[in-house]
Design a binder for this molecule. Structure first.
Ligand SMILES: [Zn+2]
Length: 398
């Protein structure tokens, strides 16, 4: 009895996990690694020494989602719950003010990512003050994770998986499938870190930009749906007496042409804010000497040579082609064993006709124009009332 139920439960957990995790493990790892390259030299040796651990820990917040019921809402904020008409004008930026206006329970339900970013930044500042290497690495990784989440448009809406517009699966397509498949075409040469005087404003700007991309995120998928037949658009799998569908490789290829530039723009923007917040926390803590925390305190010849190779690949946008991204190695090994493979086992290979259409990946399209001031984002909700949306959201998150 138990033997037959357990795989089902596990599969359900894995699938829920897959939809819930932002950027996938791959994207979060890329963001953390690239952020190290954008640091000033006073911090870079320390961060480079700890880079593998930092990259690995950057997915910890997603890994604990299934064990910790308070974790999930930290990764998003459903702005359209508050209003579909200029929610940014209605939501106070300060947490205390937001609680006063909407109550803590409501904020918890619809997501708290901007304030979690602030909390992590404070934790990191404190870790620098106490010169605690383990805490510095941990909170740098966590800060990187939540900042990364804020860069994903689908983390700002109740229709976070396209589930309200018959586009279920859009979430992992946008943030996992596309970056994993097309990383060779993406540019990752972001800006160097700079001090951020007002991190709260900075993170809210990011969320507002993400929200501004939602219209394109849905509409460009709709455009493809109109010209691509369902049997080509989806890959169907039958397991445990249930049929499930996911977007096919052919759809992914077309969607990449339509939104790849946007995905790249967000993937490249995140590390710059991450490294800037690391740098700001360090400066706010009085710029402790990070080399003094290293044993040996100076980078070795090999470390220097390796870093310089990676820095030049980063600048030339060849990190992925040169197989220098730690995320490229990890995905094939340890993590693939449980998480990803179990989910993959649920799927059957795509039909031949679905793979052929997407054979030649096109260069990423330019990022669509953002209009952060836009007070309205088109979100098709299919006339569901608020309570139904909430329920849908809760179901898929857990
Ligand atoms: Zn997350």
């Amino acid at each position: 009895m138990k033997k037959t139920i357990l795989p089902l439960l596990l599969a359900a957990l894995m699938l829920a996990h897959g939809t819930a995790g932002a950027w996938g493990f791959f994207g979060h790892r890329v963001i953390s690694q690239v952020a190290v390259y954008e640091l000033p030299s006073s911090m870079q040796a320390f961060y480079y020494r700890h880079m593998p651990e930092l990259v690995r820990l950057s997915t910890a917040p997603d890994e604990r989602r299934n064990d910790d019921p308070t974790e999930a809402p930290k990764h998003y904020i459903d702005m359209d719950h508050y209003s579909e008409d200029n929610p940014f004008g209605k939501m106070p930026r300060q947490y205390d003010k937001a609680v006063e206006k909407f109550k803590a329970d409501t904020l918890k339900k619809y997501g708290t990512v901007p304030w979690v970013v602030m909390e992590m930044k404070d934790n990191l500042t404190e870790a620098f003050r106490s010169r605690d290497t383990a805490a510095i690495v941990k909170f740098s990784a966590e800060l990187s994770h939540y900042v990364g989440d804020a860069f994903v448009p689908l983390h700002t809406t109740i229709n976070y998986d396209g589930q309200l517009t018959d586009q279920k699966g859009l979430h992992s397509l946008w943030e996992s499938t596309l970056p994993e498949k097309y990383i060779n075409d993406y540019k990752l040469d972001g800006e160097p870190a700079k001090y951020i005087k007002d991190p709260l404003t900075a993170i809210w700007e990011v969320i507002q930009q993400s929200y501004g991309f939602l219209g394109e995120t849905f509409d460009r998928a709709t455009k493809i749906e109109k010209v691509m037949k369902p049997e080509v658009r989806f890959t169907f799998s039958h397991k445990y007496g249930k049929t499930s569908r996911r977007y096919s490789d052919a759809f992914a290829a077309e969607y990449e042409k339509a939104v790849g530039g946007m995905v790249d723009y967000r993937l490249k923007g995140a590390p710059t804010l991450v490294s800037s917040l690391w740098y700001s926390a360090w400066q706010d803590a009085g710029k402790p000497d990070l080399n003094a925390l290293m044993t040996p305190s100076k980078p070795s010849k090999e470390e220097k040579a390796k870093l310089s190779t990676e820095l030049s690949a980063w600048k030339k946008n060849t990190l992925a082609q040169d197989q220098l991204l730690l995320a490229q190695q990890k995905v094939k090994k340890a993590e693939a064993a449980d998480e990803i493979k179990s989910a993959k086992d649920m799927e059957e290979p795509a039909p031949a006709n679905a793979t052929e259409v997407g054979a030649a990946p096109a260069a990423p399209a330019p990022a669509p124009e953002v209009n952060p001031a836009a007070d309205k984002v088109k979100i098709k909700t299919k006339g569901k009332d608020g309570s139904e949306k909430v329920k849908l959201k809760g179901d898929a998150q857990k």
